[in-house]
Unconditional design. Structure first.
Length: 235
């Protein structure tokens, strides 16, 4: 901890005179200018040392980590049905259209075989490989009508491009739309799970201001089935 000088130069000189009046041994005359220079130099050295150390820690930081498990088998069991895409080949790299750097175009999706009793759908895109505990939600479209079995490419541009009364919940990038793949440069391969959730109610019971986690929590109790396809991307 650095000692703080709360006395002004005049105060220090007055203190010297007080010492003499009391018969105390006089302290050597204090050169305030030199004290200021020494203190300032010391502070600069500390700041520079911290800055260099901080930069070194950032440049040497590694994102190496175990591969995160596929999250969907860890959820409550639900019936499986089929989903296909003219833009995504399951397990293969995404097209540039689905990459944030080149465009945020949501892929074409078609599904069939949803369980009996399906009254609406939720469509999501989730990256479990983001280097954070919660993963990264790229797309959350809620309350898609039960008679819809396809989303055209680009349907995730805004609420206006979704069918019926469907709407978006804000993705983890902050937008109410589809956000393309955007993993850190040089990181491991990321997986992007596009999931059609068959819901047993006409509305999930949330609005566009909730988080994707709230959507997921409601889906845990209301999902009848899931159709899953995933692509990958690495910078």
């Amino acid at each position: 901890m650095m000692t703080r000088f709360d006395r002004s130069p005049d105060d220090l000189l007055a203190l010297s005179e007080e010492q003499a009046a009391l018969g105390l041994q006089l302290q050597s005359k204090l050169d305030i200018a030199k004290v200021d220079v020494v203190a300032e130099t010391w502070i600069v050295q500390i700041v520079q040392s911290y800055d260099l150390g901080h930069r070194a820690s950032l440049t040497s930081m590694s994102l190496d980590r175990p591969i995160t498990p596929d999250p969907y088998p860890l959820l409550p069991a639900a019936a499986a049905f089929s989903v296909s895409s003219s833009d995504i080949t399951d397990g293969q790299p995404l097209k540039d259209d689905q990459v944030n750097k080149f465009g945020d175009t949501s892929p074409q999706l078609s599904w069939s075989g949803a369980p009996e009793g399906t009254k609406s759908y939720v469509v999501t895109c989730f990256d479990p490989d983001a280097p954070i505990v919660s993963g990264f939600w790229h797309w959350v479209a809620v309350d898609i009508p039960a008679d819809v079995t396809e989303l055209a490419a680009g349907a995730g541009a805004s609420d206006d491009s979704l069918p019926g009364a469907a709407f978006h919940v804000r993705n983890d990038g902050g937008g109410k739309n589809f956000m393309g793949a955007a993993p850190p440069e040089g990181d491991q391969v990321h997986r992007y799970y596009f999931v059609v959730h068959a819901v047993g109610e006409e509305t999930l019971g949330v609005n566009g201001n909730v988080s994707p986690a709230v959507v997921g929590f409601n889906l845990a109790f209301k999902t009848l089935g899931r159709a899953i396809i995933h692509g990958t991307f690495q910078h």
